[in-house]
Design a protein around this ligand. Structure first.
Ligand code: FAD
Length: 283
């Protein structure tokens, strides 16, 4: 018994869409607890901002990083920081990205400005190299600590084949902590860059959503195609194709995963070109 807190809970409360049935949730605060949690089939849940989870939940253990694995140490490492380049202490994979980005802005530290407004956890954002056209997670990474079924690995970004929205980290390997590589600047300058990235989000709905539904096929906006198919504002149960932006499905309250799937199916039937899903479906 290594002491991970284990509880059966509805997963809806851990997601930005607010949908998903129950599972056994393992709150792990240490590497030992994590190793125990990983000894049976598991899934790792971050900020739940890219997930549509079934109404029946999932049969596997669901791991959530907590305690020290959700804390951040932004103290500059004196051995690795030089001039304007700064390397931080460890930042847990369970740290919410929005709060981290705000803290970096106040400290006048740049490199992650482009990730403003992404409601992820650090680990989930690193795992898929989340970002915008103004910058992505790998712009600000110095070291990654990853838990694998064979033990812990400490890597540099150069050790991974990372690229567009992809870290190269295999599914099921868990980003436990990272050290950030930042650029000393001023709070004003960092804020100016963030405002640029934030302004690009103006048209996005403010309601519960797991982000964009589909990838843009061949340079055409998926939102435009859905809009042209006349589907903006279509509702099934508690789920709605957002009137503000057709590539967002929102939860009006009481939506089920079934409602969301029905809308996704309808979009696929009505839009003339094949569309690839942006979110992940659990299971
Ligand atoms: P989750 O949704 O919890 O999980 C997603 C995947 O990551 C799962 O496979 C999960 O197992 C895995 N994962 C989670 N934590 C870890 C970990 N510690 N180690 C390894 N794997 C892990 N994305 C963008 O790229 N750019 C955007 O601008 C953007 N805008 C968004 C706006 C809104 C309003 C919303 C709701 C979403 C947006 N997204 C955007 C999508 C989403 O935020 C990203 O995909 C993000 O990377 C998901 O991270 P998460 O922590 O929420 O992961």
């Amino acid at each position: 018994q290594t002491g991970a807190r284990v509880q059966r809970l509805p997963l809806a409360r851990f997601t930005t869409l607010g949908v998903g049935g129950e599972a056994e949730v393992w709150f792990v605060a240490t590497h030992e607890q994590l190793a125990e949690a990983m000894s049976a089939p598991y899934r790792i849940l971050g900020g739940g901002s890219n997930l549509v989870i079934a109404d029946e939940g999932v049969p596997e253990r669901v791991i959530r990083l907590s305690g020290p694995l959700a804390e951040r140490d932004l103290t500059p490492d004196p051995d690795l920081s030089e001039g304007d380049a700064l390397v931080t202490g460890w930042v847990g994979g369970g740290v919410p990205l929005p709060g981290l980005v705000r803290a970096l802005q106040k400290l006048g530290l740049g490199n992650l400005e482009g990730t403003v407004g992404i409601p992820a956890q650090v680990g989930g954002a690193v795992w898929m190299n989340a970002g915008t056209r103004y910058g992505e997670m790998f712009d600000g990474l110095h070291t990654l600590e990853i838990a694998t079924p064979d033990g812990l690995q400490v890597l540099s970004p150069d050790d991974l084949r990372w690229g567009y929205r992809n870290s190269g980290i295999p599914r099921g390997h868990i980003v436990t902590r990272v050290r950030l590589k930042l650029q000393r600047s001023t709070p004003e300058e960092v804020l100016a860059k963030m405002t640029l990235a934030d302004t690009a989000r103006k048209g996005q709905p403010k309601m519960k959503t797991p982000g964009c539904a589909f990838k843009n096929p061949g340079g055409v906006g998926a939102g435009r195609l859905i809009d042209e198919a006349g589907l903006k504002g279509t509702r099934v149960g508690g789920a709605l194709i957002a009137p503000e932006h057709a590539n967002f499905i929102v939860n009006l309250g009481g939506a089920t995963a079934g409602d969301v799937h029905a809308l996704l199916d309808l979009i696929r039937q009505r839009v003339g070109v094949p569309l690839e899903l942006e979110y992940e479906l659990w299971p």
